[in-house]
Design a protein around this ligand. Structure first.
Ligand code: PLP
Ligand code: TYF
Length: 394
């Protein structure tokens, strides 16, 4: 039977990660996979997470099962971090999931249970897993205009025009902040206009929140989604703790589902529990518990917030350093947009040939659509990277 399986193309981002590892050149530069890196090129275990892990190791008395929806303390802490006071707890159904990817899968599976014919409106471009997950669930995908590549900004008029097609039973996927791959985010007034368009349309938002704290800070980065929680009757949020807590391989995430009433909340949560049960039963606990401990302990939380802020400012500094160097060397301001975009990623605007030459000739790795991870740069790499970008004709 298994010989009937069709071959599959590997995930392009994961494939590039492997190609980078296999490249023997000592001066290669990885601007590919989206993980935070410090000045030494490492993706550290955050200090507060390490401290919580030591504490957990010393005090944990059992590893017996938790609940199908995961550790309640973790979920309460995530609701506070993401939504603050913007959502009434009696309307909020929650479940832990393995990473933001697991949360997206469960959130879209919940949509499918509620609305089997749902169309998923996905920004163009977006993180490739959005399409992959919607397809795997058999949901129809509708791309909507999001990025104006010439202007390097959000195409708000195109987005609103396309989303006017969303109707009852559909779902609209948006990035909460630090859009992957463009780094172009909605402004607060654009969020308001999106909310006004969707209110009363019967098509809830599904917010993918994977980079809280990497843009303008942990509160500012969720201002848009909090405004939506106050405006819209229903909303789904798929949260990832991979970047914000540096917990990548532990697989920590959560679905937060804002429902229209307390009765709908109980039913939604029972359905989230059932989806978890049939997929992996209990979601992973170790990393989720660490995130919950960090957020609940004032000292650990303060240290985590300080380290997150240092990560955020390093990314912002690299953005302006690269933009300034490119501006100086090219004698034009065509790279100025890099400084103003948010989070790990921007699209350089290079052709596939230029991307290939940068990889093959210069040892500089980026995704085929010319997405770069700014945190992959070190300050001393900047002159070489700038020279290579201009040499290939950018
Ligand atoms: N959503 C976006 C836009 C991402 O870039 C990522 C990757 O980090 C995720 C969700 C989920 O990541 P993970 O499953 O590792 O938590
Ligand atoms: O976009 C990225 O690089 C990260 C990491 O299937 C990632 O979000 C990439 C691909 C994938 C899972 C995670």
């Amino acid at each position: 039977m298994l010989e009937r399986l069709q071959p599959r193309a590997p995930d392009k981002i994961i494939g590039l990660m492997q190609a980078f590892r296999n490249d023997p050149r000592p001066d290669k530069i990885d601007l590919g996979v989206g993980v935070y890196r410090d000045a030494a090129g490492l993706t550290p275990v955050m200090r507060a997470v390490k401290a919580a892990e030591r504490q957990l190791c010393d005090t944990q008395t059992t590893k017996s099962y938790t609940a199908l929806t995961g550790d309640p303390a973790f979920l309460q802490a995530m609701a506070g971090l993401v939504l603050g006071a913007a959502a009434a707890p009696e309307r909020l159904a929650m479940a832990a999931a393995p990473g933001g990817t697991g949360a997206l899968h469960i959130a879209l599976a919940l949509v499918r249970l509620a609305s089997p014919g749902a169309r998923v409106f996905v920004p163009d471009p977006s993180w490739p897993n959005h399409a992959a997950i919607a397809d795997a669930l058999g949901l129809t995908r509708v791309p909507y205009r999001y990025y104006d590549a010439a202007a390097q900004t959000v195409d708000e008029a195109g987005m609103l025009a396309d989303l006017a097609q969303a109707g009852p039973g559909d779902v609209v996927l948006v990035h909460g902040c630090c859009h992957n791959p463009t780094g172009a985010d909605l402004t607060p007034p654009a969020w308001q206009r999106l909310g006004a368009l969707l209110a009363g349309r019967g098509a809830p938002l599904l917010v993918d929140l994977a980079y809280q704290g990497f843009g303008d800070g942990p509160e500012a980065d969720v201002a848009g989604l909090r405004a939506m929680a106050e405006t819209l009757p229903e909303m789904l949020i798929a949260v990832s703790c991979s970047k914000t807590f540096g917990l990548y391989r532990e697989r920590v995430g959560a679905v937060l589902a804002l429902t229209g009433s307390p009765a709908a909340r109980a039913t939604a949560e029972a359905n989230l529990a059932a989806l978890n049960r049939t997929t992996y039963a209990f979601p992973p606990d170790h990393g989720a518990r660490l995130a919950g401990m960090v957020l609940a302990d004032p000292d650990l939380r303060a240290d985590w917030a300080a380290e997150l802020e240092a990560m955020r400012t390093r990314i912002a500094r690299l953005r302006s350093t690269l933009a300034e160097a490119l501006t100086a060397q090219s004698g034009s301001d065509r790279f100025g947009f890099l400084a103003g975009q948010k989070g790990l990623f921007s699209l350089l605007g290079a052709t596939p040939d230029q991307v290939a030459t940068l990889r093959e000739t210069h040892g500089i790795y980026m995704i085929g659509d010319s997405r770069i991870n700014l945190a992959g740069l070190s300050e001393q790499d900047v002159p070489r990277v700038v020279e290579a970008f201009l040499k290939v004709g950018l």
